[in-house]
Design a protein around this ligand. Structure first.
Ligand SMILES: Cc1cc2nc3c(=O)[nH]c(=O)nc-3n(C[C@H](O)[C@H](O)[C@H](O)COP(=O)(O)OP(=O)(O)OC[C@H]3O[C@@H](n4cnc5c(N)ncnc54)[C@H](O)[C@@H]3O)c2cc1C
Length: 379
């Protein structure tokens, strides 16, 4: 076991740090204000290997290990949570499942495009009645002589506004819960698809979240990703990597909040001295730094397990739970330490405070992570 990056990993992370500082951070406030999907930044990130960080080189990916990926996502997220989420959806929720479950034709059609940023991918699992209860899929896929006909409605599909392809989950067997679901690779220009913007959200503006209506959408049998009836497995495997990535994304926001609080504690003079001299402030900073470091260790452990073991369900759930809640605490405390300066609309802490919250909701709420952990440890 080692706790340091190799010089080669470090060089990659240094390049990511420069990209985040020079290209992403200056755009973060504008992204938050306008909510416009940052297609150009995604293309530039892809050139650095950030659209397919864990994807094999044979498909145009950067072929990095998951710990390096998690560290890179944390760096990008500390500049902009939005850009980090877009990249993790593309990488962990779309490109990876195609590599793992796809046929040669599916891999040839999509993985290189996704890993190099030519195309963007989306993951369409959630429905009005299937959020935490993801097995309660009402979208259906009926087999006919031309392939499958998909009908249903997906909601909150990140990236969809600019995506070329989505993994769409649909029920192929009635009343079979998780066992009757299949996954399909659906190009988003397929006739029968209409999209409307998802409701305006508190934070992570610019994710391109869309609600997708599928009306008699025909796809051929080659669109099936993995075996028929095994779609829930595809979703759960994708979400395992996705949760490690969201843990890293949350950490980035939490770390940025801690850094804002540290800077302010050094410079803000009250009662004739920097507020960082007060033990009440010091103890908050100490707790946050410790909390985030613990969450980072769990995240890197989960990332390493995801790389090496057949499954990392427990580790990924623990990492996402711990990191998203630690980051939330960090943003909340940073707001308190910056006080009116943090509460001011347009301050960085105000954006972090709004951006951090979604990590406790998407890819399984904190309650869902606790359910998974309990299931795993109770046996
Ligand atoms: C910004 C954003 C982006 C998203 N992107 C995507 C995407 O790209 N693709 C996609 O498919 N989905 C996406 N989602 C949807 C997201 O995954 C769901 O919102 C999430 O899974 C929670 O589902 P829900 O909102 O329906 O809450 P519900 O399932 O209705 O849960 C409501 C509350 O009940 C709690 N709860 C539920 N069941 C239990 C239980 N058994 N025990 C205790 N508490 C319970 C939940 O934790 C929550 O607090 C996105 C959501 C957001 C906000």
């Amino acid at each position: 076991m080692t706790f340091s990056f190799t010089p080669e990993q470090q060089a990659f992370l240094d390049a990511v740090r420069r990209f985040a500082a020079e290209r992403v951070a200056p755009r973060a406030a504008e992204l938050d204000r306008t909510g416009v999907f940052p297609r150009d930044l995604v293309r530039d990130a892809a050139a650095l290997g950030l659209a397919g960080t864990t994807i094999p080189a044979a498909y145009g990916g950067a072929a990095r290990d998951y710990v390096t990926y998690a560290a890179a996502i944390e760096i990008v997220s500390s500049a902009s949570a939005t850009v980090a989420v877009i990249l993790t959806v593309n990488n962990s929720l779309v490109a990876e499942p195609i590599v793992t479950f796809g046929t040669d034709d599916q891999k040839a059609a999509w993985v290189r495009r996704l890993a190099t940023g030519q195309s963007i991918g989306a993951f369409a699992l959630s429905e009005a009645g299937a959020g935490s209860d993801a097995a309660n899929q009402q979208t259906s896929a009926r087999l006919d002589d031309r392939g499958y006909v998909i009908n249903g409605r997906k909601i909150w599909v990140a990236n969809a506004e600019q995506a070329d392809v989505a993994i769409v989950f649909a029920r192929t067997e009635p009343d079979a819960r998780g066992r009757g679901i299949s996954a399909f690779l659906v190009p988003l220009d397929t006739p029968g698809i209409t999209m409307t913007a998802s409701p305006e959200s508190l934070g992570v503006h610019g994710l391109g979240c869309m609600d997708i209506e599928l009306t008699d959408v025909h796809v051929d049998a080659g669109a099936l990703l993995g075996e028929s009836g095994h779609g829930f497995r595809v979703a759960m495997r994708a979400l395992e990597g996705g949760r490690v990535a969201i843990a890293a994304q949350a950490l980035g926001v939490g770390q940025a909040a801690l850094e804002e609080a540290l800077d302010y504690s050094r410079t803000r003079q009250v009662f004739g001295q920097p507020i960082g001299n007060f033990q009440a402030i010091q103890f908050q900073l100490s707790d946050l730094a410790t909390d985030l470091s613990a969450a980072r260790m769990l995240t890197w452990k989960a990332a390493d397990t995801h790389d090496r073991a057949p499954r990392a369900t427990l580790e990924a759930a623990m990492a996402k739970l711990q990191a998203s809640e630690a980051a939330h605490r960090a943003a909340d405390r940073a707001m308190q330490i910056l006080a009116s300066e943090g509460y001011r609309k347009g301050s960085r802490v105000e954006r972090l405070f709004r951006d951090v919250r979604a990590a406790e909701i998407y890819q399984g709420t904190s309650e869902v992570q606790r359910m998974i952990i309990a299931h795993e440890i109770l046996g």
